[in-house]
Design a protein around this ligand. Structure first.
Ligand SMILES: [Zn+2]
Ligand SMILES: [Zn+2]
Length: 161
């Protein structure tokens, strides 16, 4: 999936991180919350087990939103420069986070595996052919995820129950 080591950090450099595994899946999310939080048309999230994100430097601060599922969504950011580095959604089982691909040192190292919440996608953006896209969150993980990633997701959910 990635050509280079996946590492990154916030704009001021106070927070740094390195992924010790590739993400389970890469989401491009076009929902209104992601548009507002990033100030952009969509967010690119690397969905990965939290234990595979090695952090250094400052501890991110966080605030809590209500996710689309009604369960909490914690957004983590640098207390010095305000860069949003990752999110934790409480709806899915397990201990996983969504790392913002825009904070990678090389954002071109990843590409979205799937586009979600396209019902609020900005109209001028054309999605690439051949990449799955869903009006909201996809209902069936097995139809979208690789078998290997599904196995990692289930293992993590079992470990952290
Ligand atoms: Zn910073
Ligand atoms: Zn979103």
């Amino acid at each position: 999936m990635s050509k280079s080591k996946l590492e990154g950090g916030c704009a001021c450099g106070s927070i740094r991180y390195q992924l010790s595994m590739p993400p389970m899946i890469v989401h491009a999310c076009h929902c209104r919350d992601c548009q507002r939080i990033t100030g952009s048309a969509f967010v690119i999230n690397l969905w990965i087990e939290r234990k595979f994100v090695e952090k250094s430097g400052d501890t991110p601060q966080s605030f809590r939103l209500k996710g689309g599922t009604g369960k909490p969504h914690d957004v983590f950011f640098c207390g010095k420069c305000g860069t949003y580095v990752w999110s934790r959604y409480h709806a899915p089982p397990g201990d996983t986070i969504f790392v913002r691909a825009g904070t990678l040192d090389d954002p071109s190292a990843v590409e979205p595996d799937v586009h979600i919440f396209t019902r609020t996608k900005v109209p001028w953006l054309a999605l690439p052919a051949g990449v799955p896209a869903f009006e909201s969150m996809y209902p069936d993980f097995a139809a979208v995820w690789s078998a290997e990633s599904l196995q990692r997701f289930r293992r993590n959910a079992a470990e952290t129950r």
